[in-house]
Ligand binder design. Structure first.
Ligand code: C5P
Length: 308
């Protein structure tokens, strides 16, 4: 059984103050991209995982892997036998701020639910997903959504059109907790660019641009409170954002906790030329083009599944 789940970019991300439980309240607009990881599961004698593709060597193969935890959690919730062979085919950059680990967890929930015939309602899968990570419910749902709470509470957002992106991939990943901790530190010294005290209406310009189907307005409206923290930990990302501006991107933003930078293009042809020009600048490890919104986690027809 195989399923795939999408990468995401946060078009707006407002981060509230640090909560007592170690998380931050968010107001964010998630957009799923057609860059997706694929997960294949088959019955086996024991729970094993193998990882192929983009950054495979950096993906844990123990319980640190969200997909492994997804198998165990769904098995515990349904009484199924967690002994499966799990294969991850990575295309989403690892630890890149694009929710690759969450996508793997979301696709694993969908694939195991089908393999075991447990057929949980989508809300129950989302509730299990939220236990695994803040971005997993969005990986299940896809499209564009307004996320609140830790990012796990989702509302549909009306969107006109599709949007063409260039992703600038960095060398190495960034740890999400480390980026949030850096934001807290920058806020203590007053240099975070946001205080976290009033995230209330922050995504409004992004929502208006999406409703109007206006990529120019969307490019101007992109915002991410985590960006100063990601730039503080990776000063080189400022050069990627500057190169994007120079080369005519409609806007650019660090994706989630980074270090991937998402640049908005006018259309697919512009994205292709922007990606080539950006690669020529030598400011990032690699480039990808992607289109969003894209669907959430879904089964892949057997004939198209990657052969294990
Ligand atoms: O939920 P997830 O496991 O993806 O979160 C990873 C880490 O990111 C958390 O342990 C926390 O440090 C940080 N985080 C946060 N506030 C959020 C989401 C994540 O502080 N809303």
């Amino acid at each position: 059984m195989a399923a795939r789940a999408p990468a995401k970019v946060n078009l707006a991300l407002s981060v509230g103050p640090l909560r007592a439980d170690g998380y931050h309240d968010l107001r964010t607009v998630f957009c799923a991209l057609d860059l997706a990881d694929e997960v294949t599961v088959e019955p086996a004698g024991a729970l094993t995982v193998e990882v192929h593709g983009e950054g495979a060597g950096d993906v844990p193969t123990d319980r640190g892997n969200l997909a492994v935890r997804a198998v165990e959690l769904l098995a515990a919730a349904t009484g199924a036998d967690p002994a499966v062979r799990l294969r991850l085919d990575k295309r989403i950059p690892v630890a890149g701020g694009c929710a690759g680990g969450s996508a793997d967890a979301a696709a694993t929930l969908v694939a195991c639910d089908a393999l075991w015939g447990t057929r949980l309602p989508v809300e129950e899968l989302a509730a299990l997903g939220a236990q695994l990570g803040s971005d997993v419910p969005f990986g299940l749902r896809g499209g564009v959504a307004l996320g609140t709470g830790r990012g796990e509470r989702l509302q549909t957002v009306p969107v006109a059109g599709t949007y063409a992106w260039v992703l600038a991939l960095a060398d190495g990943g960034l740890s999400t907790p480390a980026v949030y901790a850096e934001l807290d530190r920058l806020r203590r010294v007053g240099s975070a660019g946001s205080t976290g005290t009033d995230p209330g209406t922050a995504p409004a310009p992004v929502l208006a641009a999406l409703r109007a189907g206006d990529p120019v307005a969307l490019g101007r409206a992109l915002r991410n409170d985590l960006q100063p923290a990601a730039l503080s930990l990776r000063p080189g990302l400022a050069g990627v954002l500057a190169a994007g501006r120079d080369l005519g991107a409609l806007g650019g933003v660090v994706s989630g906790s980074g270090p991937t930078v998402a640049l908005l293009a006018r259309d697919g042809a512009h994205a292709a030329s922007l990606a080539a020009a950006l690669a020529g600048r030598g400011v990032c490890r690699d480039v990808r083009t992607a289109v969003g919104p894209a669907p959430g986690a879904a089964l892949v027809p057997a004939a198209r599944a990657v052969r294990a």
